[in-house]
Ligand binder design. Structure first.
Ligand code: FAD
Ligand code: 2HG
Ligand code: ZN
Length: 479
């Protein structure tokens, strides 16, 4: 259990009693209240199996009104609640720590409207990202974000974590693309900011407090989001590179030579790709290289875009920045290359246990920490590998071991966060703070910022029932 593993104490919330279940039965039909241990178990365990809670109840509302009634009741009865979307989060934020009630949004999955002219999509929070992307593509639009978890993650979960993903470089983050939000406060009050306007400077921008607050300030029930036009031509370049400095040179060159069509610039080191290909029995379309780069272009003219990307490959090979590579716009080939990149996140689980770090660093120092950790940990770990969104200055460092080890954990933390802080980076670039990182948030946020966050939390959720033990640390735990 998470509580024992990370030595956290339960706060003074109520425990769920039969009379509480009776009340929930007045709001939700029987099949939407799960209480059997076996049924509840998957909702207690996170995707990377780092955290396990002890909840005994999962509630599955279908309307905002039901969410409101549930929260009002829980708030009045001091029952803690863990909001949950697709449960693909990587920092333990989506599962309970103790016996918090799981409020799972997966049945709130209706598309409400799509304005094909403005590109504004309005939908319920439990819609799966890939389903939304398939739907808007029928109308020549795409979702502005794309991530490996798209087949399971919810748009509400994406917004709650301010998820980044592979296309952020091109379409920006959710603070820019989310047009409006409907959310329910801890006391059941519904906050309706569900506009579809691009511009609305009337008062404080409330939607932003829900974006990235990981279910600690309210439960998002509806989202309106701007969908860009579907690009008429998409191409992928996948290149082998000799060393990280060359990855940076290539990035500089991609920005100037691909210009407006550049939609992703990703890197993965040799360990990331070889372990993924071997662990998952995939095939790598190019040979064995120290570094790999994946470049995606979104444009409107296939000949022009392909020519640009091919020229980028030829010039890269002539200058020696690219050792070998392939450029394709063939859907199946693109799919299999993307699949390698998107599978890195899960492939480490086959090694046993994965320690995951998701940090922002200045590009010059982007890869240093991976090499440093390899030296520091030697053969006490199975692998250390680094990959990520170079264009956003965001690297993922994964350390795999046969099984969880307290000793390795204490070698990694707070060491990694200290190094990141020295370089003025962020200890969580895109996955959030969740349950795994609150005690380290001070490496990225100053005291006065943290105090303002606490004030906001007290205002929005005075009883602290929403996702306790997550995001903000108890004062004593870091001072
Ligand atoms: P969950 O995991 O269920 O929840 C995440 C957090 O949001 C929790 O704190 C939860 O309490 C809260 N929450 C969920 N729904 C709501 C709601 N409706 N209202 C309020 N709070 C809510 N992240 C990236 O940023 N970029 C990536 O490229 C990326 N790739 C990934 C690839 C894989 C294979 C996996 C497994 C994960 C990846 N992630 C990535 C992590 C990412 O945060 C999640 O995939 C996604 O955004 C979370 O959505 P979810 O619906 O699964 O939310
Ligand atoms: C990715 O970019 C995700 O693939 C997951 O953000 C990163 O699991 C990770 O370390
Ligand atoms: Zn990522």
């Amino acid at each position: 259990f998470s509580a024992n593993k990370y030595a956290v104490e339960r706060k003074k919330f109520g425990t769920v009693r039969p009379s509480d279940i009776d009340y929930f039965r007045t709001i939700l039909s029987k099949e939407r209240i799960l209480t059997d241990e076996e049924d509840v178990l998957p909702y207690n365990i996170d995707w990377i199996k780092n955290c396990r809670g002890q909840s005994q109840v999962v509630l599955r509302p279908t309307t905002t009104e039901e969410v409101s009634q549930i929260l009002r009741y829980c708030n009045n009865n001091m029952l803690a609640v863990c909001p949950q979307g697709g449960n693909t989060g990587l920092v333990g934020g989506s599962v309970p720590v103790f016996d918090e009630i799981v409020l799972n949004l997966s049945l709130m999955n209706k598309i409400i409207s799509l304005d094909e002219i403005s590109g504004a999509l309005v939908c319920e929070a439990g819609c799966i990202l890939e389903n939304l992307d398939n739907y808007v593509r029928e109308h020549n639009l795409i979702m502005p974000l794309d991530l490996g978890a798209k087949g399971s993650c919810h748009i509400g979960g994406n917004v709650s974590t301010n998820a980044g993903g592979l296309r952020l470089l091109r379409y920006g983050n959710l603070h820019g693309t989310v047009l409006g939000i409907e959310a329910v406060k801890a006391d059941g009050t519904v906050i309706d900011c569900l506009r579809t306007l691009k511009k609305d400077n009337t008062g404080y921008p409330l939607k932003h407090i829900f974006i990235g607050s990981e279910g600690t300030l309210g439960v998002i029930t509806k989202v309106s989001i701007h969908c860009p036009a579907q690009p008429r031509s998409v191409s992928l370049g996948y290149f082998g590179v000799e060393k990280f400095e060359n990855v940076l040179e290539l990035y500089k060159s991609a920005k100037s030579s691909l210009g407006e069509i550049l939609s992703a610039f990703e890197m993965a080191d040799n360990e990331s790709i070889t372990s993924t290909v071997n662990n998952l029995k995939l095939s790598n379309p190019i040979g064995d290289y120290p570094m790999y780069v994946l470049v995606e272009s979104h444009g409107s003219d296939e000949n022009h875009d392909n020519e640009k990307l091919n020229r980028f490959l030829t010039q890269g090979m002539e200058s020696g920045l690219i050792l070998d590579g392939t450029v394709t716009s063939e859907p199946n080939k693109m799919k299999s290359i993307r699949n390698i990149r998107e599978s890195i996140a899960g492939s480490g689980l086959i090694d046993g246990y994965v320690f995951k770090y998701d940090v922002s660093l200045p590009l010059r120092n982007y890869y240093d920490l991976v090499e440093d950790l390899r030296k520091k940990l030697g053969d006490r770990v199975t692998r250390v590998y680094g990959y990520g969104h170079v264009g956003d200055g965001n690297i993922h460092i994964n350390v795999t071991v046969p099984q969880y080890s307290k000793e390795i954990n204490s070698e990694l933390e707070p060491y990694i966060f200290e190094q990141v802080s020295k370089l003025k980076g962020s200890i969580s670039a895109e996955h959030g703070v969740g349950f795994r990182k609150p005690q380290f948030i001070h490496y990225s946020q100053g005291d006065t910022s943290l105090e303002l966050m606490r004030e906001l939390k007290r205002t929005m959720d005075p009883n602290g029932i929403l996702n306790p033990y997550k995001v903000l640390p108890d004062v004593a735990s870091y001072e």
